[in-house]
Write a protein that binds this ligand. Structure first.
Ligand code: C5P
Length: 433
């Protein structure tokens, strides 16, 4: 898509389901139509409790469809509408998508106009889940999302923030403008043939994944250590996203306060040496993502007992000399023993000359992708929920992603991982695609 407005001339189906976030559907219809799209709204009956078909019908200038079998004599002959709609559209967006609708879509249940159209649609399907944090994390929901991904459905993860329940967590529907921008990107990538739907090959089903995350701590003595402010958020988001895509994920984690993502096997370590040992044990994984902020130096002779201020001969001058040794570079070691077909992704946290430094690490550590982020930028790097990164590929690709939640960045990174031989051009599947 080359048009400024991003969605000019596109045909979108918008499925609205019964979440409190359904109120955002009105703004979403406006965002889509303002960007030049034709929009046909489909609603579940429960969605109509939150926002009226009249509102969405007026904004989209099309009758909103709710029932698969409309009552009354006028219903005759209209029951195949779902099939025609599925051929008409370029993309079917379900926003908000409730846990129930995700479950129905994952299992092929078609008990409404919305689910029947999704089942017969030849166009790609994008779902934007919105629900309470615990419902989102529930293994059943995560299992359904995995099934959907395996079927080629695209998923725009919910955001972290305040939820209708009053709790804080992941589950918020992204803002309508962000959804519209995501849709425009998706459609343009499909146009370019760069990314089509998630095919089963694009999922991580059957793949082993190793993620390193969090800081390491290098003891000075039993009560002091050298470390950094990493919270592990980015690595955990990657582990969660990889598991959602069906990967068998091992997460080697330094000290963090984060919960283990569903379906992930976690190995806790403290020092760089321990992280090295654990990572090398699982270093043969199909996909390795090194997101850990490993301390580069460790005290060469950590004291077995707490160092006493008074006993330090250098104390009079107010100085202590601490001899440091280099820690092993885990990712470089994995790069050195990289096997054919294995994908390695590293991170570069830079404060200056980011592109040049990241490029040199990409080459030196034999990576397929390096994720460049900036330590000295608001909303990026350590300890933030968001990140702004540039992805640099071995093949020369340079993709600057807009600032986004780390969960979404994780998805964008995984979207670009290609396993050899699993990424052939995809045939068009029929009209409307
Ligand atoms: O060389 P630099 O530390 O900037 O490289 C960062 C990348 O290398 C990150 O992916 C990080 O997880 C990884 N790394 C590592 N072991 C180290 C240092 C960095 O795996 N000792």
């Amino acid at each position: 898509m080359t048009d400024d407005q991003g969605l000019q001339g596109t045909r979108l189906l918008l499925g609205v389901t019964g979440s409190i976030a359904a109120y955002k559907a009105a703004e979403l219809v406006r965002a889509f139509t303002k960007a030049g799209a034709e929009v046909q709204v489909l609603m579940t009956r429960d969605a109509a409790r939150f926002i009226t078909p009249l509102t969405l019908g007026t904004l989209s200038e099309r009758e909103v469809l709710v029932e698969i079998f409309p009552d009354g004599p006028a219903a005759g002959g209209s029951w195949t509408k779902h099939v025609h709609l599925g051929l008409w559209a370029d993309l079917f967006v379900v926003a908000p998508a409730t846990a129930t609708t995700l479950s129905k879509l994952a299992h092929g249940v078609c008990d409404s106009m919305l689910t029947a159209t999704a089942l017969s649609a030849r166009c790609p399907l994008l779902v934007c889940p919105a629900m309470d944090h615990d419902m989102w994390l529930h293994p059943a929901t995560q299992r359904n999302l995995r099934l959907l991904r395996e079927d080629g459905v695209r998923i725009l993860d919910p955001e972290h923030g305040e939820l209708a329940s009053g709790l804080i967590g992941q589950g918020r529907l992204p803002e309508p403008d962000a959804i519209a921008a995501h849709v425009a990107t998706l459609l343009s990538e499909m146009d370019d043939g760069e990314v089509e739907e998630h095919t089963p090959e694009q999922t991580l089903t059957g793949k082993s994944v190793l993620v390193t995350a969090g800081p390491t701590r290098e003891p000075i003595d039993p009560v002091r250590f050298i470390s950094n402010p990493s919270t592990g958020t980015m690595g955990y988001a990657l582990a969660a996203a990889a598991a959602e895509r069906g990967g068998a994920v091992t997460l080697v984690s330094g000290p963090t306060t984060l919960a283990t993502p569903p379906g992930v096997t976690r190995i806790d370590v403290t020092t760089a040496d321990e992280m090295y040992a654990a990572a090398m044990q699982h270093g043969g994984a199909d996909l390795v993502i090194a997101a850990a902020a490993v301390a580069d130096y460790a005290p060469a002779e950590p004291s077995a007992h707490k160092r006493k201020k008074e006993a330090d001969p250098a104390n009079e001058a107010g100085e202590v000399v601490l001899r440091l040794r280099r820690t092993p570079d885990i990712l470089a070691a994995l790069g050195a023993q990289k096997r054919k077909g294995q994908q390695l992704v590293g991170f570069a946290l830079e404060t200056q000359d980011g592109l040049a430094n990241a490029q040199s690490k990409l080459q030196r550590k034999r990576l397929d992708w390096i994720v460049l982020n900036y330590a000295n930028e608001d909303g990026a790097g350590f300890g933030t929920g968001t990140n702004r990164v540039t992805l640099l590929g071995r093949d020369g690709a340079e993709v600057a992603l807009p600032k986004a939640e780390k969960g979404r960045i994780a998805g964008a990174i995984l979207d670009r991982v290609r396993f050899q031989g699993a990424w052939g051009p995809k045939e068009k599947q029929g009209p409307g695609v």
